[in-house]
Design a protein around this ligand. Sequence first.
Ligand code: NAP
Length: 420
Amino acid sequence: MGIFKYEKITCPAIGTKITLENEKINVPNNPIIPFITGDGIGIDITPAMKDVINACVAKAYNGEKKIQWFEIFAGEKAAEKYNGDFLPKDTLNAIQEFVVSIKGPLATPIGGGMRSLNVAIRQIMNLYACIRPVRYFDFVNSPLKNPEAVNMVIFRENTEDVYAGHEWAGNSTQAKKIIEFLAKEFNTKIRPDSGIGIKPISEKASKNLIRKAIQFAIEQNRQSITLVHKGNIMKFTEGAFKTWGYELAENEFSKYLITEDDVWEKYNGEQPKDKIVIKDRIADNMLQQILTKPEEYDVIATMNLNGDYLSDALAAQVGGLGMAPGANIGDFTAVFEATHGTAPKYAGKDMVNPGSLILSGVMMLEYMNWEKASKLVINALEKTIVQGTVTYDLARNRDNAIKLSTSDYAKAIIKNMEVI
Ligand code: NAP
């Protein structure tokens, strides 16, 4: 049935592929969904996520729909199975063929020769938009006085910036060559022992990302889109991102969008209900704004590095990384994953919060238009947190909380599911 011949994995005998039809995804009742368990705490959170997603689908659709999970491999498990290959062709082919997949975190050694597998998957599959919703759940501990004001969705460009992987070590032949070339051609003065990294920001990738963010804001009736950049310093990369964002808004979405200046000049300081405001903020200021005035920010569009910083900072405001889901989406292919990494010190201890990956699963169900099931999970998760039966991270600093293991927390969420 497949378009690829797989070397070391076997597609489930039951189940049907999600396909693309007229620029829309077509989801059968028994879709085959590839999953990667992941390194570190992947072995704790991935089974918990699968249990919760299976339970909500069964409950929402009375057994009419069922996901057929298809295990594929990346990271340490892949290296064992595929003779040291951390990201086998089988895995990339399955992600492409089955359109929607979900993964646990993968480890990246710092400063070693290996580049991030997560970044590689996003770049190879051109999953150019990393989408990370951040919202507050009642009773979760937060360093903010009014954490309920945090309700943002970050759109982070996934394929460029200093993450593109064009980087050479200090004193390497390549770094020296680049330094000499720049000195000769452009009279630049860079210390000869410097490591060199290149920061490409293209009009095409920036506009693809910003377009997705604007379309989302329109579809979801959001209030504003903020372009976050450091364009005052990096004028032709981050500054250009801002310029291209406003240009795109004017050329393609002028019916829906107005600028902050328009609000004052054309609408007397009152944002009309049927218009979305597009604005921009410098990245360092934005990190302050999300703490001091979170209610003023809604959809955020930014480049790779800023998006990474903002995601973790915002996650901390609503309960930490254990509550932070995400998705990597291209034109159609989508890989859902938590914001956090492998948290190695907790690996295999059945202790961490699976909420991040469960909420990534919720995003996956929404992407598949299985909202009846996704709503069941959200309601059950809210209820479980209110009851104070939570994992260590949410029990920390909360009076009378009952600390549950990862697997028991998943069971508590399943128990709290009610058909709506
Ligand atoms: P991390 O794995 O994100 O963990 C940092 C801290 O966040 C943990 O020590 C823990 O804080 C908290 N945390 C993370 N996940 C949690 C969960 N499910 N429940 C509760 N708390 C959670 O960051 P790291 O230790 O810097 O990175 C470890 C490895 O992961 C690195 O190799 C990195 O490259 C990789 N990484 C992978 C991805 C990915 O797969 N997409 C993303 C980021 C990093 P407390 O100890 O304070 O409770």
